[in-house]
Write a protein of this length. Structure first.
Length: 192
């Protein structure tokens, strides 16, 4: 049985996002290695066009996600989550996102390849001037900083050599007065 036929049976011949019953076609939910019914949804022309051309999105069309986000089909859940995230600035989608629960595996699929996923993966660590910091760089403090728990003040102009990056792009680790501490990048400038 073809993927499209399986999708038609699963959805009773309606768009799995908005419920329309005309101009239906299968849509493989990216990223997908194998196009099968588990990784595809049946969409009407309107939904498909707005997904493929985000600049043409009509926010009120997507109020239908209030119903389709509760689908038991992971591919439909992924598409509902992605569209709600895309429209979050409208206000009402955030309420739906707050109610929507996705299994970890489905949520990972939903985030894969999105701008949010890409931004999280490659957020650079920048100093106070916007220069990119790398592990091993030397930075200079631009402000006196009280080091809590160590009982000293790291003075402005102190060089911190051989820094280490952390998971948080707003922090680095380095040694000041022989003590390894975490420093906020907004108080540092890269030394040349």
């Amino acid at each position: 049985m073809s993927v499209e036929k399986i999708l038609h049976e699963r959805s009773n011949g309606h768009c799995e996002l908005c419920g329309a019953d005309s101009d239906l076609a299968s849509y493989a939910v990216p990223p997908v290695e194998v196009v099968d019914a588990d990784h595809a949804v049946l969409l009407c022309g309107t939904c498909r066009e707005q997904i493929e051309q985000p600049e043409r999105v009509v926010p009120n069309h997507w109020r239908c996600l209030n119903d389709s986000m509760w689908s038991q089909v992971p591919a439909v859940q992924v598409m509902a989550w992605r569209m709600l995230k895309q429209l979050v600035a409208e206000g009402w989608p955030q309420d739906l996102l707050d109610m929507l629960y996705l299994d970890d595996e489905v949520l990972s699929w939903a985030k894969a390849g999105t701008a949010e996923d890409t931004a999280e993966a490659v957020a650079p660590t920048l100093d106070s001037n916007g220069a990119v910091l790398q592990a091993g760089d030397t930075v200079t403090l631009i402000k006196d900083l009280d080091v809590k728990g160590a009982g000293f003040t790291a003075k402005r102009g102190t060089a911190v050599r051989n820094i280490s990056l952390t998971d948080n792009p707003e922090q680095i680790e380095g040694r000041v007065n022989g003590v390894r501490i975490v420093l906020l990048t907004c108080y540092l400038k890269k030394s040349s």
